[in-house]
Design a protein around this ligand. Structure first.
Ligand code: HEM
Length: 289
């Protein structure tokens, strides 16, 4: 990060958190969007009509983020995933997913900073966002670790399947629903497995929180609905007629999002998985000896 970015960061961060909290309060006070009207008129996906999906071609740039890849696959961001401005990323995430403007500024600005670029003037390719241990981290739910699979631009379909199989909830229409508990369990299993299989495995409080935050979007923006998550996580495409499940007028604020992220992170128990695994292996080793 350059000197100017370093000096201005504390002021910008404080401004963003105050802004976010104000939007959180306004969301409590003002009426929410009606279902079917969350994506603004004139924006791609308004009324559930998404631009056509085209799978990525050789040479297209894709990231470790399924949702941003979907924006490119539907042509909401450039289909080749290249030369995107940070401001463009801000707008498309806000309009498409109904995240609050504070979040939509904060994360692209954070990304510009870790790439040592200017949020205001510079561009990036989607693959740039996968810089290891910036936002991208080990023990993800949809990708094996970067040390094992350097191309983080594609989902691992077996991991996605294992994740969606964890869903224990039911929607009112009887569809499978991923809950906070399910997500904590899935993250516990991934952290345990990644520690065992990746010699270069690293973990920190900061990246664990990022892991819980990334995956908690599946519970908030996608309402945990497996029918909508499956096409998003496997093909990185929107389900027909999809719209964000967050109806708040000013979108999902970081303050409100913490109400999901913190319990998901608190519910992670890697030790328990380790003990279960040991108990599972013990009777087998006893029979062998
Ligand atoms: C605002 C710009 C965004 C940036 C720069 C960004 C970046 C990233 C990165 C680098 C990862 C990889 C993390 C890992 O190693 O697991 C990731 C994963 C993810 N992101 Fe994003 N993302 C953004 C917006 C979003 C939005 C709007 C959503 C949801 C609507 C979302 C949902 C996810 C999910 C579900 C994962 C996968 C987590 C996993 O595999 O465990 N992201 N994102």
């Amino acid at each position: 990060m350059g000197l100017v970015q370093k000096l201005t960061k504390p002021f910008i961060d404080t401004f963003v958190f105050v802004w976010d909290f104000n939007l959180f309060l306004l969301n409590v006070l003002l009426p929410a969007h009606k279902p079917g009207h969350v994506v603004p008129a004139g924006a791609p996906g308004h009324g559930g009509t998404w631009p056509v999906y085209i799978a990525p071609k050789d040479g297209d740039s894709r990231s470790a983020c399924p949702m941003l890849n979907a924006l490119a696959n539907h042509g909401i961001l450039p289909h080749d995933g290249k030369n995107i401005t940070f401001k463009e990323l801000n707008t498309s995430v806000r309009q498409t997913f109904n995240f609050a403007p504070s979040f939509c500024f904060f994360v692209p600005k954070f990304s510009a900073d870790f790439l040592d670029r200017s949020y205001w003037n510079d561009k990036f390719d989607l693959a740039d966002l996968s810089k290891h241990n910036a936002i991208e981290h080990d023990a993800s739910l949809t990708r094996h670790d970067a040390a094992l699979v350097p191309d983080q631009g594609k989902p691992d379909l077996q991991l996605v399947d294992e994740l969606l199989k964890e869903a224990t909830g039911k929607t009112s229409e009887g569809g499978a629903l991923l809950t906070k508990k399910d997500l904590s369990l899935a993250l516990s299993k991934r952290r345990y497995a990644a520690r065992k299989t990746n010699e270069a495995y690293t973990e920190s409080k900061f990246h664990n929180m990022f892991g819980s935050a990334n995956s908690s979007t599946m519970l908030t923006i996608f309402g945990g609905r497996v029918d909508d998550l499956r096409p998003m996580l496997t093909d990185e495409r929107f389900a027909p007629n999809w719209e964000p499940r967050i109806l708040s007028r000013f979108g999902l604020t970081m303050a409100a999002f913490n109400g999901t992220v913190l319990p998901v992170e608190r519910g992670i128990d890697v030790k328990k998985i380790e003990q279960q695994e040991k108990a599972r292996q013990q009777p087998q080793s006893e029979t062998v000896t």
